[in-house]
Write a protein that binds this ligand. Structure first.
Ligand code: HEC
Length: 258
């Protein structure tokens, strides 16, 4: 009994096949043409290789121009058309750059700048919420919500300086941690509304700024909510650690130059 393995014969070579099946050999020119075509396929590869290795003083070949080339004046360029030789025209007097319109300093900054003389400081904080804001419950609840998102992690939901981040940092004994100020302390009560607004906008000492994350209106809403907290909750005692931290840097406390 023979197995399949034993019956297997080696595959015949192509030349033997040609002979046994009596196929015609391809004519020499066909073989030559095939070889030429195969070698011809190497030409693009060679050209690509050359293009990658060599440098050229000519600009590169640009098949699709799209809008790459169009008549225009580049920035800071000149042109003889204009008397002053500048291609860029001067903006009309009084032009304000986009996003730079600061017509209402009190509302947008929380303070007004004044001529910095010896008698008057360079800025004066506003002492009340801007009149253009409707001082109603909607503003307060918006302030409560935003305070919960942006301030409570450090200052605590009631502003007592006992936020979770603060507690965790103290538990971890973070050496450089400055405790968040107790917003119920007399010091913060004495701050002008505009100064609280400015503290949110620009940050204060080790507290980061939130101006880029909280809109102007929401910042005022937070100030309104903090004031509401201060009215309903008792003043925090001076002995609290947060109060001590602030007492340690009295010279920096008066943020006169934002
Ligand atoms: C990342 C933690 C953190 C967050 C979030 C935070 N604060 Fe503070 N805040 C601090 C710290 C820390 C201080 C004390 C800074 C110091 O004394 O160096 C401080 C100080 C303050 C003060 C006292 C400023 C002064 O005049 O001395 C006010 C007011 C205040 N924060 C309000 C807010 C409000 C409102 C928010 C929410 C928009 C907020 N903070 C969010 C950490 C935070």
């Amino acid at each position: 009994m023979s197995t399949y393995q034993e019956e297997r014969v080696p595959f015949p070579s192509p030349w033997r096949l040609v002979k046994e099946l009596r196929l015609r050999r391809p004519p020499w020119w066909m073989v030559a043409l095939l070889i030429l075509v195969v070698i011809g396929t190497w030409i693009p590869l060679a050209l690509i290789y050359q293009a990658r290795q060599q440098t050229s003083r000519l600009p590169r070949i640009h098949f699709f121009h799209d809008m790459d080339h169009q008549p225009k004046f580049g920035p800071q360029s000149g042109h003889p058309w204009y008397v002053d030789g500048r291609a860029m025209r001067q903006p009309i007097e009084g032009t304000i750059a986009r996003g730079k319109l600061e017509h209402d300093q009190e509302y947008l900054l929380g303070y007004v700048t004044q001529d910095g003389t010896r008698s008057s400081p360079p800025i004066r904080f506003v002492t009340a919420l801007p009149e253009r804001l409707p001082q109603d419950n909607a503003l307060l609840s918006r302030g409560r919500e935003r305070f919960g998102i942006y301030c409570a992690p450090c200052h605590g939901s009631q502003g007592a300086g006992d936020g979770q981040v603060n507690q965790a940092a103290i538990a971890l004994e973070e050496g450089k941690w400055v405790p968040a100020t107790n917003l119920l302390s007399q010091m913060v009560r004495d701050r002008a509304d505009g100064q609280l607004f400015q503290a949110i906008s620009d940050g204060v000492r080790s507290m980061p700024s939130y101006g880029s994350q909280i809109s102007v209106r929401d910042r005022w809403a937070i100030v309104a909510f903090v004031r509401d907290l201060q009215q309903t909750l008792p003043t925090a005692a001076d002995s609290e650690p947060t109060a001590q931290t602030n007492a340690a840097s009295p010279s920096q406390q008066s943020t006169s130059n934002p």
